[in-house]
Design a protein around this ligand. Structure first.
Ligand code: HEC
Length: 128
């Protein structure tokens, strides 16, 4: 009788433990995509290592080359600064009212990427 009870208990324990492990795994996966990991660590962002690669990945198949979409080029620092100055870069990325939501036809950038660009702009959008 005692032995059987032990097995029942350990079986229950196993279910609980694997539930917890599953939960942990899910949390980790979520933090890869969530804002939690960049909220505390982001103090500065650079054009060349943070902003430019994001524009390359999400924007420049339309906003570069000889006939860029909307006549807006985002391929060099000086081209990008035009749209920092008038607010349309961050406005379009954040889907703020009054701006065309970008990337056009695609999903909004994730919160961490938006924060990188915002941090760079807030620090004066340096050519760094
Ligand atoms: C699939 C092509 C495509 C992609 C990808 C794309 N854009 Fe655009 N973008 C356009 C077009 C087309 C327009 C012009 C829209 C219009 O004027 O109706 C535009 C307009 C804009 C404008 C002007 C918005 C305004 O309200 O004045 C900005 C700024 C901009 N894009 C930035 C970006 C950024 C930043 C990304 C990447 C995060 C991006 N775009 C991705 C096609 C694209």
């Amino acid at each position: 009788m005692k032995v059987r009870l032990f097995f029942m208990k350990s079986g229950l324990l196993l279910v609980i433990v694997s539930g917890l492990l599953g939960g942990c795994y899910y949390d980790n996966e979520e933090s890869l995509y969530g804002i939690t990991t960049c909220d505390s660590t982001f103090v500065s962002a650079s054009f060349s290592t943070d902003v430019s690669p994001l524009l390359e990945a999400h924007c420049n198949r339309c906003h570069a080359g000889s006939s860029p979409s909307g006549d807006i080029s985002l391929d060099t620092y000086s081209n990008v600064s035009n749209y920092v100055g008038n607010g349309s870069l961050i406005g379009s990325i954040k889907h703020d009212p009054g701006f065309k939501a970008m990337p056009e036809g695609g999903g909004k950038l994730n919160a961490c990427d938006i924060k990188k660009i915002q941090t760079w702009i807030d620090s004066g959008a340096p050519n760094n």
